[in-house]
Design a protein around this ligand. Structure first.
Ligand code: ATP
Length: 204
């Protein structure tokens, strides 16, 4: 089973693209960001490490105080790195288990991860696929989608790879500056291409 890591900056459209693959072509998608959140909430060794490094982060019912943790890690790259070093290895393990249990007719699966390259998850997939879009378009789409402020979005973007960096790193790039119809056509193109891929040989 070939795996393709799908990534992109905030508001680039990676979730929309993943859903199109799922809905139109029945492609299985591993959602690394949801799994990371679940692990921070449920995995006992992750919880212990989070409290050890960041102090009290769970309410009296054991629910993670997401906002409090986000404020800490998005204000310091060192803190973010600590959180990532706790969570990411557990996510990779879950991904490999998920992939080994997968039962599907398709020849490939997707792993959606906002931090595919930054986390090193690109080493656990055969190919990488970045969704890019112009910053102004991404900001305007996010403002329409939720209550994030432009400042908050800019702050998050600052910790993410730029479109140019994605272009250098990814095996495949989808530019999502157009209409939903254009996006649907591009997804068909990539589905056709991905269906022909062979497993990547280990690099010498
Ligand atoms: P995040 O990193 O914040 O989770 P994301 O990369 O997953 O973002 P999406 O949530 O898929 O991005 O897309 C952001 C918003 O832009 C959504 O509301 C989505 O419906 C919209 N959107 C995505 N692509 C297009 C498009 N081509 N035309 C119009 N709207 C779009």
């Amino acid at each position: 089973m070939i795996s393709i890591g799908i990534t992109g900056g905030i508001g680039s459209g990676k979730t929309t693209v993943s859903k199109l693959f799922q809905q139109q072509y029945h492609i299985s998608v591993f959602d690394a960001d949801s799994v990371a959140k679940k692990l921070a909430q449920q995995n006992s060794s992750a919880k212990k490490e989070i409290e050890k490094n960041f102090g009290s982060m769970y309410d009296k019912n054991g629910i993670l105080l997401h906002k409090k943790l986000a404020e800490i890690v998005f204000s310091s790259s060192d803190q973010l790195e600590i959180l990532n070093s706790i969570i990411h290895p557990l996510v990779f393990k879950e991904f490999l288990q998920w992939k080994s249990r997968l039962q599907t007719q398709a020849s490939y699966c997707l792993a959606e991860a906002a931090l595919l390259f930054e986390s090193g998850m690109d080493n656990f997939v055969d190919y990488s696929f970045s969704i890019i879009a112009d910053e102004a378009i991404r900001i305007s789409r996010i403002i329409h989608r939720d209550t994030s402020s432009p400042d908050e979005i800019a702050r998050r973007m600052q910790y993410q790879l730029s479109n140019d960096e994605h272009k250098k790193l990814a095996d495949f790039i989808l530019e999502n500056n157009g209409t939903p119809e254009e996006l649907t056509r591009k997804v068909l193109f990539y589905h056709t291409l991905f269906s022909t891929l062979k497993e990547r040989e280990a690099e010498q």
